[in-house]
Design a binder for this molecule. Structure first.
Ligand code: ZN
Ligand code: ZN
Length: 183
């Protein structure tokens, strides 16, 4: 049983193994059909804050809506190897329309190297999976969850990301009408 069709789309350059890892694992957290659209979205330079080169997340989501080239029954999660912010924040790991169609995950701050630590590909991929699933949860209509290890818990820092699981809790799944996800 699938409750939504999800398309993963790179914006700018993204290694295919990142997209393929997400496409393989995300249906194990939420019962969705995932496909990858390898045709990368170009990011207009105007969408960056000239002062610190951060991408303006809200403007980027608006831009996605304007270039909508996907089927109307598909939810679109764009993966971007950049840093982004939204009004009132210094940065965001991702952003998505609640119950809508468009979301984005920003990879820069998910790399251990960002924090002066050694490169760790498995840890980076696990963090990317958590943030991708978190934004997918929002696209499916889920709000933030207070369950300590739920993927829908809000992450203020990378330590919060590391503390939570890459799957939603039973309460969140039951809100979607899902009893059990195949593993
Ligand atoms: Zn959130
Ligand atoms: Zn939850």
């Amino acid at each position: 049983m699938s409750i939504a069709n999800l398309v993963l789309v790179p914006a700018g350059f993204i290694y295919h193994w990142i997209l393929e890892f997400l496409a393989d694992k995300m249906p194990k957290a939420f019962p969705v059909e995932v496909r990858i659209d390898f045709n990368s979205v170009e990011i207009p330079p105007l969408l960056y804050n000239p002062e610190n080169s951060q991408l303006k997340s809200e403007d980027f989501l608006r831009y996605l809506r304007s270039i909508d080239r996907w089927a109307s029954d598909e939810k679109i999660l764009v993966i971007i190897d950049d840093d982004a912010f939204a009004p009132g924040t210094n940065f965001v790991f991702g952003q998505a329309e609640l119950g809508g169609r468009f979301g984005a995950v920003y990879l820069s701050r998910l790399r251990p190297e960002f924090y002066g630590e050694r490169e760790n590909k498995p840890l980076f991929l696990l963090r990317a999976l958590k943030e991708a699933n978190h934004e997918l949860g929002h696209l499916l209509g889920l709000r933030h969850c207070s369950t300590s290890n739920c993927v829908m818990r809000f992450s203020l820092s990378i330590w919060d990301v590391d503390k939570k699981d890459w799957k939603p809790c039973d309460r969140c799944l039951s809100k979607l009408g899902v009893i059990n996800v195949r593993t």
